[in-house]
Structure formats: structure tokens, C-alpha cells
Design a protein around this ligand. Structure first.
Ligand SMILES: CC(C)(COP(=O)(O)OP(=O)(O)OC[C@H]1O[C@@H](n2cnc3c(N)ncnc32)[C@H](O)[C@@H]1OP(=O)(O)O)[C@@H](O)C(=O)NCCC(=O)NCCS
Length: 238
């Protein structure tokens, strides 16, 4: 995997009703960052609602830091304020048994986007979006497909993930009973999605979305409407 280096960012940091500008560094985290990284992981885990986000255990996180994947982090001074993790092999076999529409040799070229967390004070800097593209650049040579899951109730994350080019191919219960979109991005096989006769469904209407996906359509864009946010579906063409 290629070198990553250090990338300087000037971010806004929320302070009650005001904000300040602060300089931060985006870089790849290693085991030397374990204490600071675990501190953010634990803060985010403590406040996580599994309806929207399941962060995994400390052990899962350390496993990635130890080399089972990659962790990118944004640091202000010593403090880590954002992390993005990717796994080379999923923690649970449930993922591998999903029908991803890929052949076994293609599955070997898939990486698993785990999570992105941003400390509350630093939200609104597009860090989920930005760190995704840096991660894609790191993974490019070794992987052809990326997989992730997002809750239909995690609208901030869903919007960012879809803006990064992922499409939703299933909506089902995961992590012991919480609804999640399963999303994929094909890095090198230029997927096209027919949008001409698209149909759109409110995000909370799970059964209608599942029905559309069973017919082979995929969710490719979020649309704001008077009645709520809708997912637009189109047919995947090879
Ligand atoms: C999802 C998440 C990573 C997005 O953070 P981000 O990259 O800073 O978000 P964006 O820059 O796209 O934010 C866009 C706007 O939404 C707001 N926003 C983002 N996440 C928010 C949240 N969880 N609650 C309330 N507002 C939020 C931002 O403040 C910003 O508002 P602004 O335009 O008025 O400044 C962050 O909300 C988070 O860490 N959530 C908890 C963990 C999680 O759900 N991770 C995703 C699943 S892996």
C-alpha cells in the first residue's frame, strides 16, 4: 500500500454558538496512536445509538489498527478528532454470505469500509467525505470494490456515502436487528445506473424500497421533498 504522508487542514471548531478556525493534520494512524485513537473510539461508542451506528468493540478497533485494515485520523495537536477505518476482511462472516453479485475471485478484491467518526466540535467540515477520498486513493491499487452499510436513519452519513459514489443494493436487518442499507462502490468497472425512469421512495418506507431492490434496482441518490428524504432508484447496467 502506498505511503500516505501528512496533509494539513484548516478546520472550523464549534465552541457553543461560535466557532474558531484551527489547523489539523490528516495522516495514517499506527499502534503508536493507540491511546488517543481508543479515547475517541470510546467517546463515540458511549454515545452511539445502534439504530444509527454500531461502532464495534475496542478489540475490533485495535485489530484494525494492528494491521487488519487501515485507519486514517485527523489530529488537532495530540488529540484525534476524526477517524475512518477500513477492514481487509470483515469481522463477521454474515457479510461474506451476502449476495453482492460478485464472483469469488472478485470478492477477494473487496475492502470493507467500517466507520467514520467525527467529534461533535468538528462536524460540518465534510470530514466524512474528505477522508473517504483519501482512503480510496490508498486502497486503489489493491482493491476493486468497496462495501459499507449505513442506517436509513443516519441521514448525515447516508448523504455523505452516496455523495462518495456508493449505491444501495439491499436494505435489511443487520447487527442483531437494526435496519441498514448495504452499499457498494465499484472502483474500476464503471458501473452505470439508468436514471431516466427512476422511482423514489421515502427512506422510512422500508418495504417499498425492498420491493424495488428485489426487482434489481439500486438506490443511487437522496432527494429532499416536502414529505421527507426520498431514495431515488434506477436499474444497474453493466
Ligand atoms: C456521520 C458523521 C461522520 C458526519 O460528520 P461530518 O463529516 O462532519 O458531517 P458533514 O460535514 O457532512 O456535516 C454536514 C452538516 O450536518 C451537520 N451534522 C453532521 N453530523 C451531524 C450529527 N450527527 N448530528 C447533527 N448534525 C450533524 C454538520 O454540523 C453540518 O452542518 P452545517 O452544514 O450547518 O455545518 C458524524 O455525524 C458522526 O461522527 N456521527 C457519529 C458516527 C456515525 O454515525 N458515523 C457514520 C456511520 S459509519
Amino acid at each position: 500500500m502506498r505511503e500516505f504522508g501528512e496533509h494539513y487542514l484548516c478546520l472550523k471548531k464549534q465552541k457553543k454558538a461560535d466557532f474558531t478556525k484551527t489547523s489539523c493534520v490528516l495522516r495514517r494512524l499506527t499502534l503508536e496512536d493507540k491511546d488517543e485513537a481508543l479515547a475517541l473510539h470510546r467517546v463515540m461508542s458511549a454515545s452511539a445509538n445502534p439504530e444509527t451506528f454500531v461502532p464495534g468493540t475496542d478489540e475490533d478497533f485495535l485489530h484494525i489498527l494492528e494491521g487488519a485494515g487501515v485507519v486514517l485520523g485527523v489530529q488537532e495537536g495530540k488529540r484525534i478528532v476524526c477517524m475512518r477505518t477500513v477492514l481487509f476482511q470483515p469481522h463477521d462472516d454474515e457479510v461474506l454470505s451476502e449476495d453482492m453479485g460478485l464472483l469469488p475471485h472478485q470478492m477477494k478484491r473487496m475492502a470493507f469500509i467500517e466507520y467514520c467518526v467525527v467529534h461533535r466540535d468538528y462536524r460540518g467540515n465534510n470530514l466524512q467525505f474528505l477522508t473517504y477520498y483519501h482512503m480510496e486513493n490508498l486502497l486503489w491499487e489493491d482493491f476493486d470494490y468497496l462495501y459499507t452499510t449505513v442506517s436509513p436513519r443516519n441521514i448525515f452519513s447516508l448523504r455523505n456515502v452516496m455523495d462518495c459514489g456508493f449505491y444501495a443494493f439491499q436494505l435489511k436487518e443487520r447487527y442483531g436487528g437494526y435496519m441498514r442499507y448495504l452499499l457498494r462502490k465499484d472502483l474500476k468497472h464503471s458501473t452505470s445506473i439508468r436514471t431516466k425512469r427512476h422511482e423514489s421512495v421515502l427512506l422510512h418506507n422500508y418495504s417499498a424500497q425492498q420491493h424495488i431492490m428485489e426487482k434489481g434496482k439500486v438506490g443511487y441518490r437522496l432527494i429532499r421533498s416536502m414529505t421527507g428524504t426520498r431514495m431515488a432508484f434506477g436499474a444497474l447496467t453493466k
